[in-house]
Structures are given as C-alpha cells and as structure tokens.
Design a protein around this ligand. Sequence first.
Ligand code: SER
Length: 581
Amino acid sequence: MNLKKLYLEYFESLGHVVIPSAPVVPENDPSVLFNTAGMQPLIPYLMGEEHPFGKRLCDVQKCIRLTDLESIGDNTHHTFFEMLGNWSLGDYFKAESIEYSFNFLTKVLNIPVEKLAITVYEGDKQIPKDEVSANNWLKHGISKERIAYLGRDDNFWIAGESGPCGGDTEIFYFRSDEEVPRIFEPSDSRWVEIWNNVFMEYYQDKDGKITELKAKNVDTGMGVERTTAILEGVNDNYLTSIWAPALKTLEKITNLPYQGNEESMRIILDHLRTSVFIAADPSGIKPSNTDQGYILRRLIRRAIRHARKLNIDIASNWEEEIAKIFILEYQDTYKELKENEQVVLDVLKNEKEKFNRTLEKGLKVFEKLTKNMQNVDGETAFHLYDTYGFPIELTIEVAKEANMSVDIDGFKKKFSEHQEKSRTASAGKFKGGLSGDGVIETKYHTATHLLNAALKIVVNKDVHQKGSNITPERLRFDFSCDHKLSDEEKQRVEQIVNDWIKQDLKVDKFTMKKDEAIASGAECMFIEKYPDIVSVYKIGDVSKELCGGPHVKSTKELGTFKIIKEEASSAGVRRIKAILE
Ligand code: SER
C-alpha cells in the first residue's frame, strides 16, 4: 500500500491541488531553523493572502523537528519525517475536515474504527469548547468514551509563539497487540497520535493577544512513518518498509541484530537520514558551530558515537553505505538528493574525520582524568572542553555511559572565571575546539547578533541568517540577500553596529523552557545543550535571539566593528566577514 500516493489521490479527488514540498531549510522564514510542519511555508496564505493554486491544497512535506531530539531512540519519534497535509484556506471547516479524515482512515486505509480515539479542545476564556468537532466525531461512530477534551498544552496548535493558530482535534490509533481499552486514556502511550486537524481561525500576536483571522482555515498533518507502521502492522516505526533497507545494511555492517541494539541503531539511522536531507538542501548548510550547521554537526557526531558503541569500524565507509540507501529511497521525490549526492557524502566523511580526531584524543583523556572520580567535576569538564575541544554535551553523554554525572554548574563557573582571566590575557587563547568560546569569540558572538539586526534594518527585514562561523580572528556571517551590498549599505551597517556599541547596550540573558524556545521561532544557536532550559539573549532593544552564548555583558566591550569583506556565498546568500578592532 502506497500511503503517500493514496493520500494525495484521495484529497485530489476532493478538489485539492497537490503542491510540492518546500525545502527543509525555510526560504523566507528567519524565525525557524527548519520547516517543522507542512503549514510553515503556507503561513502567508493562512493569514489571508490568495494562494495561486486555490483554496484546497495538499502535499507531502519534509519536516525536521528538534523538539523530539531527546526522544530519538524510542519507537515513534524521528528528527526528520514526512508529513501528509491538507488545507482549506477559508473553504471547508470542521465538519468536512473531520469527514475527510475519518473516511480516509476507515474507508481508504481500512483502519477499524474501534482502534481510533480522539481529542478535542476543551476551550478557554477566549475560545469556546469544541463541541462541534466532538459531535461530528460522534456522528461518524466514534464512541463518547473515546473522545477526550484537553487544554491548551495538548489541543491548541501554533508554530512558535505568534502566528495563525487554533484549537485542534487529534486522531489516535491504539498501537499494541493488547485488547483495546473501552475508555480512551490520552496519557496511555499505546495510543499514538497519527493525525492532527487544526482549525486555524485565530492569530496570536507576540503578547499573546488573540484576534480572528480573515478566514477560517483547516491545517492538518499526518505522520507518514507512524501511519505506515499501523498499515504494516508493526509497533515500531523502524520495523516498517521505510527503514528496512537501511536497517538491513546496518545489521550487516555491525554484524549485530536489531533486537537488543534498538536504541543505538535507531539513533544512527534517524540521524544519518536527517543529515542527508540537511546536507542536500539547496541552502548549502555545512557542519558548523551555529544554527542549522550546528544541528547537522550534532546529528552526525551523535550517530558516530553510537556507531562506535556498536563497534563499527569508523574509518570504513559505513556512513556512506547507509546514506546512499536513503538517497536511493527518496531521490525520485526529492531531486536535491541525487543532485547533491557527492556533497552529502563529502559532508559526512569530512565531519566524521574531524570528529574522530577529537574523539580519540578526548576519550583517552576522559578515562585518564576521571579514573578515580565518582562524578565529573566542573574543573575536569572545563579542562576537557578548553584543551581537547570536548563540548559539555559530549562530556555529559560519555559520563552517563560510565554512570557518572557532570557538575554542569561547576563547569559554567570555571567557564566564566576563565573568560574573566582571558580579558587581560592574550586573546584567542582557546584553540579550535568544537565550540571555541574564548573571550574574543564571545565578543564576536555578540557582534554577530548586532550585525544580524543591523542587516535587517539596512537591507530588509526578511534578511535571515544562513550560517555563521567564528574564529579568534574574525566573524563570518551568511545571510539571505539577492544582491551585492553597495558601499553605502556596508557603511550604514557598520555605522549602526558601532552606534549600538557606543550606546553601551546591556546584554541580558534569560532562560526559558527548551521546547517553548524552539517552538517560539526565534533564531537559535545551540552552542551548549542543557537539559530543558535554553538561554535567550537580548541586547538593549535592538536584538533578541535564542542562543547558547556566551556573550559579553555590554556592547562597549566590543571595540570597533568593521566589515572586511562582502561576497557571494551561494545562490541568494551573501557572506560578510567582519572584525572587531
Ligand atoms: N500544523 C499541525 C501539526 O504540525 C497540523 O499540520 O501538527
């Protein structure tokens, strides 16, 4: 059964036009690192702009969701997945949407209605309880016990903190060989969410104020991996035909069975597949220490860590073998995979070699340093970071394997003490490393935020960061822009940044929940990974970005900002190199 084909044909027969998948790296949306849902590229149309293909659309969208990163290793989550979506832009609403979903599941896919359960929005002060949806589900034969009313955290959908939004109704499937309980308990993990129908009739602004949208829209999303598992009768997404060729190859490479090695095998497969899609994206993302590049780096390195756990010979071309299978599997649908095949393979290989050198050295040192320790103290964690380029997240992971914990606060303390000392010592003391956050790099981090904000003023507000790289000598910043900057534009950018520096703007850091931060849609720089909170840096009133930092305390510390080069980076992307004097 070809789920994607059946889905598109079904919605086409109901008057929907099939639109192509947008790239994984959004083209015109600086607020997110990756497309996280099919609706993301459609935001202007959900807001009321007329779509050239009409009011009924459907597609298969490539999505990358990093909120699920910590769950990777279980049987239902993936960092990359395909989402089936159908939209009504001010056309049909709740009754038809529910009818279409119900019929597709029960009549086209022949899923028994007894295996389904539903959640609907319980309402709040501004939005009424969604009795309309509940009644429609009842009408189709879903029993009352299988409908649960849930609140804002579960049944209200918004991409980020502001934008088109609304209550939703979610469809769950009982994925287990056990008897289906009569009463639906949403917290029972045997019930897996497969489809989400969002009734997007509101707009939420940055202050949380809700107003009605011009039109009442429908935005639905159904996960291909999960639904395929249901259709193929397996309780583990990785046992579907989607993963079968890659899994078989991995079993052959490791000479180990999947059973008993699930976690590492899932992580290797998931992370390599996502890396293939990021590296093949036309935006030309390469592993780096910021933004999408940092995610790519983390995914590749985490896959390698687990490959080592399974005793794969890292120097062999295991990663190429697996990547080629994903390319083959998806190349007919996503042309960029074939076109950029060599780029993808080079990215994986280069990053592997780089990481391997760091890792070999670092692991030996880790063992030596922690031999007589119960837990890793802050000083040791800092030493590993400072001297061997071991990011804190890796130390945490390696320590976990050795049943040790890491004194993260102690690490942070050492880190800031060192920064303090470095202010008077020679700059650029930190060597290469993975994150390279010495005192001068810290200044460049802050300068990068200012540059980003200044470009939005001088060029236009849609400029967004495509990449960034910092060395003790300079910052490099890639951004979307369709023209070479004129001398005047460059001067204005310099002038604005230097004005801000002179104004001695305070750099404030505050923290928020990681999930909220990622969903909130600000630009992120995942320099360090902490369990469930991330930092947000605000510079005066001119810039606010999610970022692991570190940053200076106030802008006066930066000196004078100067652009030394402005050049093309790739199609539609310009690159600025700048220094602080
Ligand atoms: N936007 C909703 C989601 O991602 C429905 O597509 O779940």
